[in-house]
Design a binder for this molecule. Structure first.
Ligand SMILES: Nc1nc2c([nH]c(=O)n2[C@H]2C[C@H](O)[C@@H](COP(=O)(O)OP(=O)(O)OP(=O)(O)O)O2)c(=O)[nH]1
Length: 150
């Protein structure tokens, strides 16, 4: 595995197989006109429940990243999104699986925000006030900070 993989909660006594399948995930970085971005908590019953992340979910068979993002944001938070700009892709090695995260910027949407899975949500600016943030999500905050510094 190359150096660009973020390894999370590694257990030296229980190495992970090198040939695990990669699970693709579409993630929405929803940015409001005032620059605030939406974070939500992982729902009860999921791995890392209660951790803060950007809304999104796994691609289903045959879906593009954009299609999956549209479906997930409708299902999870009740929003119909407009244009999707694929921004960054990262690979994260968790105990539960190896995921490839496709972070997409979204600046327009319609609908009322509804937490269909019992999540909490917050419109955040940097530095974020919510904690804990999911390990695979922390780099996004760094990318946003780097953009703001430019
Ligand atoms: N949505 C989202 N997932 C993230 C982020 N950062 C990060 O490492 N992940 C990881 C956590 C999970 O391993 C994976 C998302 O899988 P998930 O289980 O939440 O996806 P899903 O909603 O399709 O869930 P399900 O079908 O298993 O119910 O991506 C992020 O910012 N947002």
């Amino acid at each position: 595995m190359n150096a660009q993989v973020l390894v999370v909660d590694a257990d030296p006594g229980d190495p992970r197989p090198a040939d695990r399948p990669i699970v693709d995930v579409a993630v929405g970085v929803l940015i409001a006109p005032d620059g605030a971005f939406l974070l939500t908590t992982r729902p009860p019953g999921k791995v890392y429940a209660g951790y803060w992340e950007f809304p999104g979910g796994k691609l289903e068979a045959g879906e593009t990243v954009e299609q999956a993002l549209r479906r997930e944001l409708q299902e999870e938070i009740g929003l119909t999104i407009g244009a999707v700009h694929i921004w960054k892709v990262s690979l994260v090695d968790y105990p539960h699986g190896l995921v490839r995260l496709h972070f997409c910027k979204v600046r327009d949407w319609t609908g009322d925000l509804q937490m269909h899975e019992g999540q909490q949500f917050g419109w955040q600016h940097l530095p974020v006030s919510c904690t804990p943030v999911l390990a695979g999500t922390i780099p996004v905050l760094e990318w946003l900070a780097a953009e703001q510094a430019n």
